[in-house]
Design a protein around this ligand. Structure first.
Ligand SMILES: Cc1cc2nc3c(=O)[nH]c(=O)nc-3n(C[C@H](O)[C@H](O)[C@H](O)COP(=O)(O)OP(=O)(O)OC[C@H]3O[C@@H](n4cnc5c(N)ncnc54)[C@H](O)[C@@H]3O)c2cc1C
Length: 451
């Protein structure tokens, strides 16, 4: 088989890159390992009329590319339910409603706001195209985010909240990322500490009618037989002007360029001939996928709303440290999403499902009352077991990685180009980042082919 541009991976980034390539007047061919498109986007039907988003679920107000794409594909959106009070269970205290919690911890919360302002100020000094060029890059890349948090000497409640919110974004313990990487993560989203909020400016304001999977499915449909499923790419050979891509089943695809739209971890599991430069390989050896899973409790109705609750919990007892109301727009049933992130995913993700379910229901009862004891459905989704993902939400960098190896993240190696959300400079880690990276990679190819 042959095409102008071979795209590896039919996640959002690969599909969008293929579409951009086609729009530039070139022929793409997408090779996808799995038997479905969408990668980290996966809407699953639990029962007729009841869905869960095992993967990506929300976009934010500044996810302009995603908004435009959904509109173009005719996929409607609706606002995340945001009314009512959250519930808090921290540092041995019984469950408190948001207003009680705020009244009890006014001073600690003011200290938290100040810490968020400091984070905003520091992240504003990180150049997105070259984080290693930040004036204090060496200093920030030499310490972990956990060490920075310790150094702030925040009151315990403020420290715990900041840690829970950060792990909620990075999905690994703060000791596993450098301060520079945490600052980069804030800066790439362009909303600073607003990222910790779901309201205006955050990353979780809007959902898609009928589920997020409709987006990759519609993109794949528009590409037709240019997308081949069940084709794991094992080897990419290259010379100055062409690539030959070998799949596990024996399919061989030839092209002038290849866009590898996989997370760095999975991109590094392909063999390259000749081998990639050492610095690129050293980088991908150091960009592990994080640890997150989502667990959904579905009920006949969102009963917590009648009690003035938002369905959002914050807990340091767990198993879940945060939750969200993921009921459908018409509230025809109720649904709570319990996040398991970082150590919570690693610990509780390995429990037998029945025990995990029981522990999460017990937690929901503590926060939302006895009606939470009887969900109609329980579903959870583990991502590190999935051979073509191996962890989520995205990759992180520990100390020393940005400054020593970060320069190798996006530049092409001859005719090999890198997409995937991890290579974005705007909203890296999110669906918006997957589009950002796709546009860059497809642009590189089109420019080189025009020459
Ligand atoms: C649980 C979860 C919740 C999330 N929540 C949100 C959210 O609410 N909002 C948001 O914006 N983002 C969210 N994200 C992140 C978002 O899903 C990703 O940023 C985005 O989907 C990444 O797209 P991608 O194309 O870069 O990578 P992927 O989706 O990982 O696509 C890579 C593709 O390559 C395929 N592949 C892998 N190896 C090979 C190979 N050797 N050969 C061929 N194909 C291969 C994979 O099967 C996959 O289809 C979430 C992710 C997860 C997992």
């Amino acid at each position: 088989m042959s095409a102008d541009v071979i795209v590896v991976g039919a996640g959002l980034s690969g599909l969008y890159a293929a579409r951009e390539v086609l729009r530039a007047g070139l022929e793409p061919l997408v090779l996808e390992a799995d038997d479905r498109v969408g990668g980290r986007i996966l809407t699953q039907q639990v029962a007729p009329g009841i869905d869960v988003e095992i993967g990506a679920q929300w976009i934010g107000d500044t996810h302009h590319r995603m908004r435009a794409l959904a509109a173009e594909l005719g996929i409607g959106t609706f606002a995340q339910f945001e009314e009512g009070e959250a519930t808090y269970e921290l540092l041995g205290s019984p469950v408190l409603r948001e207003n009680e919690f705020h009244a009890a911890h006014r001073h600690e919360l003011a200290a938290l706001d100040q810490a968020l302002e400091r984070l905003d100020e520091l992240s504003g000094q990180v150049p997105l195209e070259a984080p290693w060029d930040a004036e204090r890059a060496a200093e920030w890349d030499a310490v972990t985010a956990a060490r920075w948090l310790d150094s702030q000497q925040l009151p315990p409640v403020a420290e715990r909240l900041l840690e829970i919110c950060t792990v909620g974004i990075l999905a690994v313990p703060m000791a596993e990322v450098s301060l520079l990487d945490m600052l980069y993560n804030l800066q790439t989203c362009g909303v600073g500490a607003q990222l910790f909020a779901e309201s205006e400016g955050g990353a979780q304001t809007t959902r898609f009618d009928g589920g997020t999977s409709r987006i990759p499915q519609a993109l794949a449909e528009s590409l037709g037989d240019r997308v081949l499923l069940g084709q794991p790419v094992m080897l990419i050979e290259r010379d100055e002007t062409s690539v030959t891509v070998h799949c596990r089943g024996g399919l061989v695809a030839r092209g002038q360029h290849v866009i590898v739209a996989l997370s760095p971890t999975l991109a590094s599991r392909i063999m390259y001939d000749p081998p990639l430069p050492g610095v690129r390989d050293q980088l991908t050896q150091r960009m592990p996928q994080a640890s997150a899973m989502k667990a959904f409790l579905t009920y006949d109705e969102p009963f917590w709303r009648a009690d003035g609750l938002s369905g959002q919990l914050i807990s340091d007892i767990g198993p879940s440290r945060m939750s969200n109301d993921t009921s459908p727009a018409d509230a025809s049933y109720g649904q709570v999403l319990m996040f398991l992130e970082g150590e919570q995913a690693r610990t509780f993700g390995r429990w037998p499902e029945a025990e995990r379910r029981e522990a999460l229901i017990a937690e929901a009862v503590r926060h939302f009352g006895p009606r939470a004891a009887s969900p109609t459905h329980y579903v959870d989704g583990e991502w590190s077991d999935r051979p073509w993902t191996r962890g989520c939400y995205n990759a992180n960098m520990g100390p020393g990685v940005w400054t020593n190896f970060g320069r190798a993240l996006t530049p092409p190696v001859g005719p090999i180009h890198w997409a995937s959300t991890e290579t974005a400079t705007r909203w890296s880690g999110y669906m918006e980042g997957a589009l950002d990276a796709a546009i860059r990679a497809a642009g590189e190819v089109a420019t080189q082919l025009r020459r």
